[in-house]
Design a protein around this ligand. Sequence first.
Ligand SMILES: [Zn+2]
Length: 394
Amino acid sequence: MKSGLIYLEKKLCSFAAISPDNGGMGEYKKAEWLKKYIREKNLGKITEFNAKDLRVEEKIRPNFNIFCKGQTNQNLWFICHLDVVPQNDLSKWRSNPFELKIKKNRLYARGVVDNNAGICACVIALENILKKQSKPYFNVNLLFVSDEETGNKYGIKYILDNFDLFSKNDLIVVPDAGDENGLSIFIAEKNPLRIKFKILGKEAHSSQPDKAINAFRAESYFIVELDKLNKIFGQKNDLFTLGSTFEPTKKIANIENINLIPAEGIFFMDCRLLPSLKSELVLKEIDKIQQSIEIKFKVKIKRQIIMNEMPAPTTKKQAKIIELLKKQIKKIKKKELILKGLGGMTFASILRKKGLDVAVYCTTNNSCHCANEYCQIDKLIEDAKVFENLMSNK
Ligand SMILES: [Zn+2]
């Protein structure tokens, strides 16, 4: 199992499958290689659901499913993404991000955990079952899609809008988030609310502040005032470590020279709301704060909502996929696990909104999207074993 996983990781990590939204060439070559591998190993029937995207050379963003008939008619899905985020600052990497580096128990490369570990674990799990010349218990579907890191338009959303793949009693696993020990199953996700703010003042030479309305000063006070949101919406939820969060994130540079009072300031906020918190309530509070700053500093503040979606329902603790997965994890890890909520967002939110039960599970760490992203080999093997047992319902 170990050598198979490392071989697959090595190959998958060699493709810079970066979305054109992030300046990359897309997932096509990686998908072609993986389909070839699947055919050679005879893992199942491949069906393609490719989305058209004229920005990439092949004009295609690949999505495909591998179907392996089981002993029963119950469908079990594993959904993983083919795309990876860019390497970002190359000087922070200790090795080539697109060449797998093995060091003791660790594998290093961009995408080695997010989400190649998920792909490798479920492919090798299925391969192992077929090697033993047995059939999986469930109908196994490995669905590999594009565009997860940049909005899902050409990936899972495209599939849900154009094909009817899932039914209500399907069992669905998304191996795209987890904890370091693989002892958490995520059954809920926070709802992102993203806002762009533009503060408009009046420009003047910095020696004449009486003639100016300093947008930067107003912006700074505004950001501090927005911290009140943490207190106002400070309620907790048992599933989540943190309550709703409200973070100023991106800041656009204003002016070149030091001796000018800026007339404009732009910044963004990324709020992560607990499923029970309605975004309208948050926006109402932001309105109040915004108005007080406008009055106090005589600025105008324009607000643009970048992202504000309906919250996704929580998958019930008693859902069949949660029960089955719990049983298998306990067998492999021999430890108690917990059901949790995730601060980030995976495919699960999109699927849960369609009324489907989804378990988000794998073993991962904080290196996703960072330089020197790594995956622990022993944990990867354990994930593959959990998935193998789940597929064969041992
Ligand atoms: Zn991911």
